[in-house]
Design a protein around this ligand. Structure first.
Ligand SMILES: Cc1cc2nc3c(=O)[nH]c(=O)nc-3n(C[C@H](O)[C@H](O)[C@H](O)COP(=O)(O)OP(=O)(O)OC[C@H]3O[C@@H](n4cnc5c(N)ncnc54)[C@H](O)[C@@H]3O)c2cc1C
Length: 414
């Protein structure tokens, strides 16, 4: 049966991309009774995986999400963070627990939830272009309004009209650009990530994730092991988006060869992708369109986690679209409430975290070793949540003063 024959020529909402952002937005829109179409270009939702698959219990609680057993693989209770000199900080206590998901199952579960609320979900459905209405106002300015999408679904071309189009098309988003919205990402704010799903390895403790820091092994980033049982894990790296003389894979491979616990390991899946780690948007809307998730950099800038942020964003997007469609005003002015609500609920906090990352990325290995001596596990967990920034800022100012003093000394030859 050619299911795509059931696709209507008009919907209230078309959502492009069935990742966490798109499926959540579609679910919320359908809950408001809006006719909703969710289009995913891949043949299988959630595959191939481009993720370390870690989420915190705290975020799941805030979202009120109870994860069914089949969408996660490993329960996590805390983390070991290793400074460049090997000194470890153990983070374990209240609010340090979480899960390593199975994104192939998790993303499908989110899409199923959208479908259960009434959204129509289609795979092998690529949006190639937008239907745009262009008029020139009295001042000679061109006003663009998005009126729907042009998509290839299962080999056939469709023009589907909608009141709102949602760009949930991930980090490489093109949809906003098709609407004339400037959406290029700044290269230095996008990390390049590479990961092996390894098996036959010796995890130190499957209930603890591990993080390695150091500008030499992983400049402006970190190496991670997110265990999946005692003998498997997502072993990956993120490095800053400028060229450090080696690719992310080369950095990871070089480091992996120094790790005894990986020496019998084999690779059963290779993952690579980009992670926006900053550049949070102030304005994510146009006439009849808005962006959500990685498409508009909704990511925690310190650890690059975007799953929960995409779901927070998708819920807010769905609420605002539900409200705007009901009052029959999907203009940019009307959708601006989305920017305001996201800023109040998520944006402000993420901007604080971005400041922490900016400080961290300027630290030398030596300074990081000093930090590892003075910061507790609790301090580190707080910093990743944008709390207790003053403590880091004070230390950072001391480092800066020391650096400036040594520069002056060497300039005057003392
Ligand atoms: C190596 C790596 C490790 C990561 N680890 C973690 C982690 O441990 N924890 C965490 O929280 N986050 C992690 N992230 C980030 C996380 O994966 C993303 O933040 C999250 O997937 C964003 O969700 P999204 O729905 O915005 O985008 P995506 O999940 O990327 O979904 C976008 C979807 O849109 C589809 N699409 C794109 N263009 C079109 C089109 N034209 N037509 C139709 N469909 C289209 C894509 O196929 C895709 O399915 C990691 C990322 C990488 C690369």
């Amino acid at each position: 049966m050619a299911l795509h024959k059931f696709i209507k020529s008009e919907y209230d909402v078309v959502v492009v991309g069935a990742g966490p952002a798109g499926s959540t937005t579609a679910e919320r829109c359908a809950e408001y009774g809006l006719s909703t179409l969710l289009l995913e270009k891949r043949q299988e939702i959630g595959a191939p995986v481009r993720c370390g698959e870690g989420v915190s219990q705290k975020n799941m609680d805030e979202l009120g999400m109870k994860l069914p057993n089949h969408v996660w693989r490993q329960r996590i209770l805390g983390a070991y963070v290793y400074a460049p000199n090997g000194k470890e900080i153990k983070i374990r206590g209240e609010n340090t627990d979480g899960y390593i998901l199975e994104r192939k199952a998790f993303d499908k579960w989110l899409a199923e939830n959208a479908a259960k609320k009434g959204a129509m979900v289609m795979t092998k459905a690529t949006v190639n272009d937008l239907i745009l209405d262009k008029v020139t106002d009295a001042g000679g300015k061109e006003i663009v309004t998005v009126k729907g999408v042009k998509a290839n679904i299962g080999g056939d071309n469709f023009e589907i009209r909608s009141k709102v189009v949602v760009a949930a098309d991930g980090v490489e988003s093109m949809i906003l650009r098709m609407a004339g919205i400037r959406s290029q990402k700044k290269l230095h704010l996008v990390d390049s990530a590479f990961q092996y799903l390894m098996t036959n390895i010796k995890n130190r403790d499957p209930e603890m994730i591990e993080i390695w820091l150091g500008e030499k092994i992983t400049p402006r980033g970190y190496i991670w092991n997110f265990p999946k049982g005692q003998e498997s894990g997502n072993v990956g790296i993120g490095v800053g988006g400028i060229w450090y003389g080696k690719t992310a894979k080369e950095f990871l491979d070089e480091w992996a060869h120094t790790q005894d616990w990986l020496k019998d390991g084999t690779v059963i899946e290779t993952v690579c992708g980009l992670v926006p780690v900053g550049g949070l948007w102030k304005d994510m809307t146009g006439n009849g369109i808005l962006g959500v998730g990685d498409a508009v950099n909704m990511v925690n800038p310190i650890h690059g986690g975007g799953i929960a942020e995409s779901i927070f964003g998708g819920r807010i997007a769905g609420d605002i679209i539900g409200w705007a469609v009901k009052k029959d005003d999907v203009s940019k002015e009307s959708l601006n409430v989305y920017n305001q609500r996201w800023e109040a609920e998520r944006g402000q906090k993420l901007r604080e975290i971005e400041r922490v990352r900016e400080m961290f990325e300027k630290l030398s290995d030596e300074e990081m070793n000093i930090l590892a001596e003075v910061l507790s596990g609790e301090d580190l967990a707080d910093l990743a949540r944008g709390k207790n920034v003053v403590k880091l800022a004070t230390l950072y100012t001391k480092f800066q003063a020391k650096r400036a003093a040594s520069k002056i000394k060497s300039a005057v030859g003392v």
